[in-house]
Design a protein around this ligand. Structure first.
Ligand SMILES: Cc1cc2nc3c(=O)[nH]c(=O)nc-3n(C[C@H](O)[C@H](O)[C@H](O)COP(=O)(O)O)c2cc1C
Length: 212
């Protein structure tokens, strides 16, 4: 079955390697806008890879919350598995795949906790349902029984009703500050799959074409 499944089918996007900006963030934002325009489902869903204390890689899907001069940002519970992994070793990689366009973007770099103001702004921008869910959970902790979550949700609802501006200490916004960002465009017809990597070098970016 696996060998009969199509990959990179249909009309894909194009990538002109001769017309790229000096900074990867600009190209990422351009590609992101094109993904939204192309109707890619959840283009802001990305894989976040981290490494645990034994050096074993870990990966999960998260939502991109923002991209600005501070880096590629995501929000999570700092007590979660990923939160603990990032505290011990603040290195990560992000992977985006936009199948409707045959595009992949990879971001690698150091991770920084953006601090209390960023966490509060992110938490308070969420819907009541999302805030209640987030407040109720000790993310990635083992859970004894299903009823635990029912009680925790009720407790979180009570707390937020009493104090609507409450922000849990565990809510964190992290930013990946890239040392490299790679853009990959599937092109099955030509079999060339253009790849461009931006590599951080001192204060500037070096652009390199890579073999597919
Ligand atoms: C589409 C999608 C979006 C998600 N977004 C987030 C998110 O923004 N933050 C988050 O902490 N977990 C998010 N999750 C859940 C994570 O994939 C993961 O299960 C959770 O963060 C626990 O990961 P950990 O045990 O490695 O820390 C999302 C899952 C999916 C499938």
């Amino acid at each position: 079955m696996l060998r009969t499944l199509p990959a990179m089918a249909g009309e894909l996007s194009h990538f002109d390697l001769d017309r790229t900006p000096a900074e990867p963030r600009e190209l990422f934002l351009r590609w992101f806008g094109e993904a939204v325009a192309a109707g890619v489902r959840e283009p802001h869903a990305m894989n976040l890879a981290t490494v645990d204390e034994d050096g074993l890689p870990d990966v999960r899907v998260l939502l991109l919350r923002d991209v600005d001069e501070r880096g590629w940002q995501f929000a999570t519970d700092r007590r979660s598995a990923k939160g603990r992994q990032l505290t011990a070793r603040p290195d990560a990689a992000l992977g985006f795949y936009w199948p409707e366009q045959g595009r992949q973007v990879r971001v690698r770099g150091k991770v920084f906790d953006l601090g209390l103001a960023a966490s509060a702004a992110d938490f308070l921008s969420r819907s009541p349902v999302s805030r209640t869910a987030s407040l109720s959970s000790v993310q990635s902790d083992t859970m004894a029984e299903d009823s635990d979550i029912t009680l925790a949700l009720q407790e979180a609802e009570r707390l937020l009703a009493a104090d609507p501006d409450f922000v849990p200490e565990s809510h964190a916004v992290y930013a990946v500050v890239p040392v490299s960002v790679e853009f990959w465009q599937g092109d099955p017809a030509s079999r060339r799959h253009p790849r461009l990597r931006y590599r951080r070098s001192a204060d500037s970016w070096v652009k390199e074409r890579l073999w597919p």
